[in-house]
Design a protein around this ligand. Structure first.
Ligand SMILES: *Cc1c(COP(=O)(O)O)cnc(C)c1O
Length: 394
C-alpha cells in the first residue's frame, strides 16, 4: 500500500475500540450475541426506527432489503445510474432487472424523480413490473425524498434507501435510512461509521424485519443464541436464506463508533465548509462543487453527513490532469463512481432512458480526501494542489 501524504479517507479508532474487542475475545462468544443485540437496539434508537438488523456488509443489507420486499423475477428495480455497483448487482442476484434513471445534474447527483418515472414507464413497456425504487443519498446529502415518495406512491413502488453514505444525516427532522420502507447501511473501512466489514438494515414494519432476520440466517426460525439461552431447542427452516450475519467483534466496534458518529460528522462538515471556501474560485474556471445549495452547517433537522468531498471538472481531461498532479504531491483521490451501465458486466443492461447528467457527472467527478481526523492544513494542502493544477489563483 503506498503511503500517501494525505489519504482519501482514514479511520478514527482509539483505545475504546481496542478495549471493546478485548472484552469480546475474553467473553469467548463470537457471533450474534449480546453485542449484536445491543448494537441493533442502539442503532435503532439513534435512527428513530423500530427495527435495526445487523448484517455482514452493506451489499448483504441491500440484497435482504430487496428480498424482504418480495422483489424477484419479472420485477424492475428503478435506481440511479450514479451509484456504487452494489444495488445493481443485488437486483440481478434477486432475479430482477435493474433500470437506471438519471440524476438531477452535476450540482445534485441524486436520483431525478422525473427520470425515475420515465424509467418505470419504460420498464413496463418491456413487460417488467416496476416494484421498488432504490434511492442513494450521494455523499451523505439527502435525495429529494418528497418528490421520490410522491412518485413511489403514484407507481406503487417500495422505497429502499441506500444510506451507505448517509449514516447520521438528517432530512426534514428524520434520519436518512428511516424515511423509506427499508434503509441500508455499510460499515466498510472508508464509511462514516467503521467496523471493517459490516452493515445494517433498518425498517419500521414488523413483517419486513422478521423476513430480514430469517433471510439473514438460513431461513431458520431460531438462532444459536436463542438456543444457547434456552429460549428454543430446535428450529424450522421456513425459506431459503443466507448467512449474512455480523459477528460480536464487529458489533462491539460498531457500538463505540456509533458514540463517535455525531462528533465525527461535525468534523467532516467543518472540513467541507473550509473546502468550499478554498475551492470557490474554481467555479469561474468551469468547475462545479456539488450540493452547494445544501447548507452544511444547517439546522440539526436537515444536515448532510458529508461522506464525500467531490468537485466536477469542466471536462474529463482536466479531471485526469488534476488527479495526476495531486498523486505526484502524495494526495490520494478517487472517482465516485464510473457509470454502472457502461461496465462490461452490464453491457448497457437497464439503460432504457437517457442518462445525460449521469454520464457527464461520472466522466468528470473527482473525489478529494475527507475524514474526521484530517487537519485544516491538510484541507488547505489539497485545495492548493487543485487550484495550482488548474492555474487558478487561490
Ligand atoms: C459501500 C457502499 C455499498 C456497499 O457496502 P459494502 O459494505 O461494501 O458491501 C453500497 N452502496 C453504497 C452507496 C456504498 O457506498
Amino acid at each position: 500500500m503506498p503511503s500517501w501524504r494525505i489519504p482519501l479517507s482514514d479511520i478514527d479508532f482509539g483505545p475504546e475500540e481496542q478495549a471493546a474487542l478485548l472484552e469480546v475475545l475474553r467473553s469467548r462468544w463470537l457471533s450474534m450475541g449480546e453485542q449484536t443485540q445491543a448494537f441493533e437496539a442502539e442503532f435503532a434508537a439513534y435512527l428513530g426506527c423500530r427495527h435495526a438488523v445487523a448484517v455482514a456488509n452493506g451489499t448483504a443489507a441491500l440484497h435482504l432489503a430487496l428480498l424482504a420486499l418480495g422483489v424477484g423475477p419479472g420485477d424492475a428495480v428503478v435506481q440511479p445510474a450514479v451509484n456504487f455497483v452494489s444495488t445493481a448487482n443485488m437486483t440481478v442476484a434477486a432475479g430482477a432487472e435493474p433500470v437506471f434513471a438519471d440524476v438531477y445534474g452535476l450540482a445534485e447527483p441524486t436520483l431525478d424523480a422525473a427520470s425515475a418515472a420515465q424509467a418505470a414507464a419504460a420498464a413496463r413497456r418491456q413487460g417488467l413490473r416496476p416494484r421498488a425504487l432504490v434511492v442513494m443519498h450521494y455523499g451523505g446529502y439527502a435525495c429529494r425524498m418528497d418528490e421520490l415518495a410522491a412518485l413511489a406512491r403514484a407507481e406503487g413502488l417500495a422505497i429502499v434507501e441506500d444510506a451507505c453514505h448517509g449514516v447520521g444525516a438528517t432530512y426534514g427532522g428524520a434520519k436518512l435510512g428511516a424515511i423509506g420502507d427499508v434503509g441500508c447501511f455499510s460499515f466498510f473501512s472508508n464509511k462514516n461509521l467503521v467496523t471493517g466489514e459490516g452493515g445494517m438494515v433498518t425498517v419500521e414494519r414488523d413483517d419486513l424485519a422478521e423476513r430480514v432476520r430469517r433471510l439473514r440466517s438460513h431461513g431458520m426460525t431460531s438462532l444459536t443464541w436463542d438456543r444457547h439461552k434456552g429460549h428454543a431447542s430446535t428450529y424450522d427452516v421456513v425459506c431459503h436464506g443466507y448467512n449474512y450475519r455480523i459477528d460480536e467483534l464487529r458489533a462491539a466496534i460498531g457500538r463505540v463508533q456509533l458514540g463517535r458518529l455525531d462528533g465525527n460528522n461535525e468534523r467532516r462538515r467543518r472540513h467541507v465548509e473550509r473546502y468550499r471556501r478554498r475551492l470557490a474560485p474554481l467555479e469561474a474556471a468551469g468547475w462545479t462543487l456539488p450540493f452547494l445549495g445544501a447548507d452544511v452547517a444547517g439546522s440539526p433537522a436537515s444536515q448532510p453527513s458529508c461522506h464525500l468531498m467531490t468537485a466536477v471538472a469542466p471536462d474529463e481531461a482536466t479531471r485526469g490532469r488534476v488527479a495526476e498532479a495531486l498523486k505526484a504531491a502524495g494526495i490520494q483521490t478517487s472517482l465516485h463512481y464510473p457509470l454502472i451501465p457502461a461496465f462490461s458486466g452490464f453491457a448497457g443492461r437497464g439503460r432504457l432512458v437517457p442518462l445525460p447528467h449521469a454520464e457527464a457527472f461520472c466522466g468528470r467527478v473527482l473525489t478529494l480526501p475527507l475524514y474526521p481526523t484530517m487537519s485544516p492544513a491538510d484541507v488547505d494542502a489539497v485545495a492548493d494542489g487543485v487550484l495550482e493544477a488548474c492555474n487558478v489563483p487561490a
